[in-house]
Design a binder for this molecule. Structure first.
Ligand code: NAI
Length: 454
């Protein structure tokens, strides 16, 4: 039998492409060596969100008195949180299995590798068998970067250093948790484990946290996390790890901290080994598979989507790239557009952004006008947040008057950002945006209020 599509990897890019192609009547086969859902469902986004929701409820209960709610003894039961997290992951995993069945997609639990090009398309080897397909989609995802720092590999082997995958399964909350890397993973897990009782220290080599986050919003976030007891060592370069100690250099001074566990979260890199790229001559750049705007590699009929293509390693970017690839296979016009891919950090408070920051706009030579507004301007935000310091910052192209960036910190930011995505991607001007109606009272209104400052 000749498949229309073989998908290598069953994470967000892979299962999305398989389902969408299957629903369109294509004969689809997915290879997944672990469980469908990939890192996002099984050991990343979803388990973290389940755990952070428990932390949020717990923190809310502790602050209840300010809102007239009296809780005698709030306690975060880590074991119960882990159990609930596993159930959430299991149920959603079953949902993906069911979606594959409904779409008529065949799933094989094996590692797969492209063998060669054949007359009908491509031959793919999975387990001990070979299969043929007209198209192949590589959606093999990414893995954690392990930096070549003295002692890191030994500490990983000994279980002193772990990655987010192991930390999300840790049965006992470490008394002292050191986190190397103050990016998205580091910050989200810092928040959960600080609520669960760990003394958390984040070691970050840059002078700020949250990567490309708007500078001012990054500072508000840092202040909030410090209030939760999280400590930060910025501009700190880890030099050595040994027996419960992490040594680092900070502004030419050598320091060390002791910890019971260390989370290594210094970024992820595309997983491109062992899938047969070299057999078709598909090249990588900075580790990522290069594609055109249709997600097609240099080899016609071979596509790539998700983390394996580099850039923003986000499940929603993977979904979109999967859709583009399948549309191209079905000869439906569609192209990748990365101007408004949203980013969210699910800390307490949440941070979300879409489009360019002021710093990025300036680097690109765009003449911008910026407006900022306290979230307290929103009636709902003020009603729900005592002493809240949430903020929205919008970036507008001074020439076209189009909205090109929205950055916010505060409750519901993760949900609200979608409005910003639409406004930016649709290339709307501030005058056009002012005509939209936002429900009142919602925190979402803050976007309209900020635009009305123009
Ligand atoms: P990241 O790129 O977000 O952050 C890594 C941080 O580590 C950076 O701030 C970097 O400066 C720092 N760093 C690098 N080397 C270091 C060293 N030797 N010592 C100290 N600091 C060092 O990467 P992260 O947090 O590992 O996340 C990986 C990927 O997963 C990201 O692409 C992210 O987008 C994705 N992700 C997204 C989530 C979300 O959307 N909420 C949640 C979790 C992960």
């Amino acid at each position: 039998m000749i498949y229309d599509l073989i998908v290598i990897g069953g994470g967000p890019a892979g299962y999305r492409a398989a389902e969408s192609a299957g629903r369109r009547g294509m004969k689809v086969l997915v290879f997944e060596k672990n469980r469908l859902g990939g890192v996002c469902l099984n050991e990343g986004c979803i388990p973290t969100k389940a755990m952070l929701y428990s932390a949020k409820l717990y923190e809310g209960a502790k602050k209840g008195e300010s809102y007239g709610v009296y809780v005698t003894q709030a306690h975060l039961g880590h074991g119960a949180v882990l159990e609930r997290k596993s159930l959430v992951v299991h149920v959603l995993g079953e949902g993906i299995n069911a979606a594959m069945k409904t779409a008529g997609v065949e799933v094989i639990r094996e590692s797969a590798k492209i063998n060669c090009m054949v007359k009908e398309g491509f031959e793919v080897c999975g387990g001990i068998n070979t299969y043929t397909a007209k198209n192949v989609l590589i959606a093999s995802g990414s893995g954690p970067i392990i930096p070549p720092i003295k002692g890191v590999q030994e500490a990983l082997n000994a279980g002193f250093i772990i990655t987010s995958k192991e930390l999300l399964k840790l049965k006992l909350v470490p008394e002292r948790l050191a986190i190397v890397g103050g990016g998205v993973i580091g910050l989200e897990l810092a928040v959960y484990f600080a609520s669960a009782g760990s003394k958390v220290t984040v070691i970050e080599m840059m002078d700020h946290i949250g990567g490309n986050l708007d500078n001012e919003i990054g500072l508000i976030l840092k202040k909030n996390l410090e209030k939760r007891g999280i400590q930060f060592c910025l501009k700190a370069q880890v030099t050595e790890v040994e027996d419960g100690i992490i040594r680092f250099v900070q502004e030419d001074e050598t320091s060390k901290i002791t910890a019971d566990k260390v989370l290594l979260s210094v970024g992820r890199c595309p997983s491109t080994q062992g899938i047969g790229l070299e057999r078709l001559g598909i090249k990588t750049e900075l580790g990522a598979i290069q594609t055109d705007q249709n997600m097609q590699t240099a080899v016609k009929g071979v596509y790539a989507a998700g983390d394996v293509t580099g850039g923003m390693m986000l499940a929603h970017k993977a979904y979109r790239e999967a859709d583009i690839a399948v549309n191209h296979m079905c000869e439906i016009l569609d192209e990748a557009d990365y101007t408004a891919i949203p980013s969210v950090i699910y800390t307490i408070p949440e941070v979300a952004s879409a489009g360019v920051t002021v710093e990025e706009a300036e680097k690109k030579g765009i003449n911008v006008v910026v407006r900022k507004l306290s979230m307290n301007y929103s009636g709902r935000y003020f009603a729900e947040n005592k002493n809240g310091d949430g903020m929205i910052k919008i970036v507008v192209d001074n020439e076209s008057r189009r909205l090109i960036g929205v950055h916010m910190i505060g409750s519901y930011a993760s949900e609200i950002i979608q409005s910003a995505v639409i406004l930016i991607q649709a290339k709307l001007t501030v005058e056009e945006i002012k005509r939209f109606v936002f429900p009142h009272p919602t925190v979402c209104e803050i976007i309209r209020d900020a635009v009305c400052l123009f």
